[in-house]
Ligand binder design. Structure first.
Ligand code: PGA
Length: 235
């Protein structure tokens, strides 16, 4: 089974940088990895082509209103994946679990694979509530949804995003197993679970030993083509 590598560019790179990024990475994608590039929405059309990576959207609008990018538009740009519920959207844009739930339904109804982010805050971790929080998030965001194996969960501790701090190998291993077991018991499905939060070369080397882990979601390092090529070769 191919490992997954999600490259979340967030709002980085300008148009010339994006063009040279595509040129630099397009011939360096390994066939045995599912690499999903998520550029800023405005650059999605530049990635439309016959590349060895998949294209994903960092978000979707669930209404066709001002400033949103609709699911039909994303589909027409050949996006096969969409990131839903990233903590930056939950925290900075007040994206609620109800909105996340609606977006997941929209993606599934349109045959776009949702990559759904869950993760605890530093306060929740300090109060030793990580496991409760994660299971509650799963129950809430999948409420009323027929969970299938097309759904991918990204475990992203909020305190690890962009901070350079991250959980230990054994903590990640325990959480990934917890998520997979819970989803299997509740929905009868084996879903893929990836990790995100301050991933770089050395953490990939460490986390590679976690058999249950299906891949990585990379933010900060994802626009640095040298780092990405190096990381791809380590997975
Ligand atoms: P980071 O971002 O790799 O910069 O921590 C991860 C993310 O935003 O998903």
């Amino acid at each position: 089974m191919n490992k997954i590598l999600v490259l979340n560019h967030k709002s980085k790179l300008d148009i010339e940088e994006v063009k040279s990024y595509i040129k630099d990475i397009k011939d360096n994608i390994r066939n045995d990895l599912d690499v999903i590039v998520m550029p800023s929405m405005c650059y999605l059309p530049l990635f439309y082509g016959r590349y060895k990576f998949y294209l994903g959207s960092q978000n979707i609008g669930f209404t066709n209103s001002t400033g949103e990018v609709s699911i039909n538009q994303i589909k027409s740009l050949n996006c096969k994946y969409v990131l839903i519920g990233h903590s930056e959207r939950r925290i900075l844009y007040n994206e609620t679990y109800d909105i996340i739930n609606k977006k997941i339904k929209l993606a599934i109804d349109n045959n776009i694979r949702p990559i759904v982010c869950i993760g605890e805050t530093i306060e929740e971790r300090k109060r030793r509530k990580t496991q409760d929080v994660l299971l509650k998030q799963i129950r809430t965001i999948f409420d009323g949804i027929l969970v299938g194996e097309d759904i991918i969960i990204a475990y992203e501790p909020v305190w690890a995003i962009g901070t350079g701090i991250m959980p230990t190998v054994s903590e990640v291993k325990e959480i990934i197993s917890l998520i997979k077991d819970f989803v299997y018991r509740k929905y009868g499905k084996n879903i893929k679970v990836i990790y995100g939060g301050s991933i770089d070369k050395s953490s990939v080397e460490r986390f590679n030993s976690i058999r249950e882990l299906d891949g990585f979601l990379i933010g900060g390092a994802s626009t640095d083509k040298d780092k990405i090529i190096e990381i791809m070769n380590l997975i």
